[in-house]
Write a protein that binds this ligand. Structure first.
Ligand SMILES: *[C@@H]1O[C@H](CO)[C@@H](O)[C@H](O)[C@H]1NC(C)=O
Ligand SMILES: *[C@@H]1O[C@H](CO)[C@@H](O)[C@H](O)[C@H]1NC(C)=O
Ligand SMILES: *[C@@H]1O[C@H](CO)[C@@H](O)[C@H](O)[C@H]1NC(C)=O
Length: 295
């Protein structure tokens, strides 16, 4: 009894040390002599991707620098404006979005809160260093504020499942919170994007209640578009996709006027490779399938 308990602890300890909180940092790719890392916005210059503690507040200032503060973690940093990052700003790269449901909020309303449970799909049968990103997200597609940004709790697969909050890309810089692990197929994990006064908080939470969050200054951005998406990189074989379904369920949308909305999701992507399809089951449920003929 005691021995198995002790072995169990040892196993947990080794599993934790083997995992980086920022898996993209483990895979630096040199392109034209520059370090790049994989992000939900494609390959980005390493120096433009910032790993910050959970709970960090991201504040853009008028001179283009960005302040990062986290009182709880005793962390503060100023990210200088960088022309290099600005030039390489991936903005909103839709090319790698594979399956997607999107919705524009009703005129003259903006987002107050968008939350969903994510049903974690099966682990892919093969691991060919593919990156898989499932997320709900919100963007200020009306052009309000300094530029378009996206806020996302991202359920990711890279040799294992993890969950991370991302904000891309004020002034060409992307921010991400530490990965939450302890995620296994068929878990329900929780993601949300919530606007409160002048701040927007992104929560990524596993079924044990472990969270990784970011808060972003709204600075005049009206988040008027939401989506539920699958995005992938470096898929080389259909078996690199999870087989069966991933589901966003119990999606709740609260608008700035305090009312709840039932989105009329549109899918402008249609069917995708490896028998991929997005099924809008109802306003609160979207499933994404791969590698199965029947739903
Ligand atoms: C939205 O606001 C504009 C300007 O105040 C107004 O002209 C328009 O009728 C409003 N639209 C709706 C759908 O309420
Ligand atoms: C959505 O709202 C319902 C009713 O309040 C609640 O039961 C459900 O948990 C909410 N969804 C999420 C993802 O929290
Ligand atoms: C690619 O997919 C096929 C059929 O699904 C499978 O048999 C094979 O092992 C896969 N190859 C690699 C390199 O993953």
């Amino acid at each position: 009894m005691k021995i198995t308990w002790f072995l169990g602890l040892l196993l947990i300890a080794s599993a934790v040390t083997a995992q980086s909180l920022y898996p993209h940092d483990e895979e630096i790719q040199i392109i034209n002599g520059e370090e790049h890392v994989q992000t939900p916005f494609g390959l980005m210059l390493r120096e433009c991707v910032h790993n910050v503690p959970s709970g960090t507040y991201i504040q853009e200032s008028e001179d283009g620098s960005v302040f990062l503060t986290n009182n709880e973690k005793n962390f503060a940093q100023r990210i200088q404006k960088s022309e290099k990052c600005q030039k390489a700003n991936p903005r909103i790269k839709l090319e790698q979005w594979i399956d997607n449901g999107g919705w524009y909020l009703p005129a003259n309303t903006t987002l107050s809160k968008f939350e969903a449970n994510y049903f974690v799909p099966n682990t892919p049968r093969t691991t060919n260093n593919q990156w898989i990103y499932y997320f709900i997200g919100s963007q200020n597609n009306d052009g309000s504020g300094p530029e378009i940004t996206i806020l996302q709790p991202v359920l990711s697969y890279f040799r294992g499942w993890y969950f991370q909050s991302w904000n891309c890309c004020p002034d060409g810089q992307a921010y991400n919170s530490p990965s939450i692990f302890n995620i296994t197929p068929h878990d329900e994990v929780y993601g949300s994007v919530e606007v409160k006064d002048s701040q927007v908080t992104i929560i990524s939470q596993n079924k044990l209640g472990e969270q990784s969050t970011l808060t972003v200054d709204r600075i005049g951005r009206n988040f008027n578009w939401i989506d539920a998406t699958l995005e992938t990189y470096q898929i080389t074989n259909c078996t690199d996709y999870p087989k069966g379904r991933m589901t966003y369920s119990q999606m709740n949308v609260t608008l700035s006027d305090g009312t709840t909305a039932l989105p009329e999701w549109y899918n402008s992507f249609g069917p995708s490779e490896c028998l991929g399809k997005t099924v809008i089951q109802d306003p609160q449920t979207i499933s994404i399938y791969h590698n199965v003929l029947k739903e």
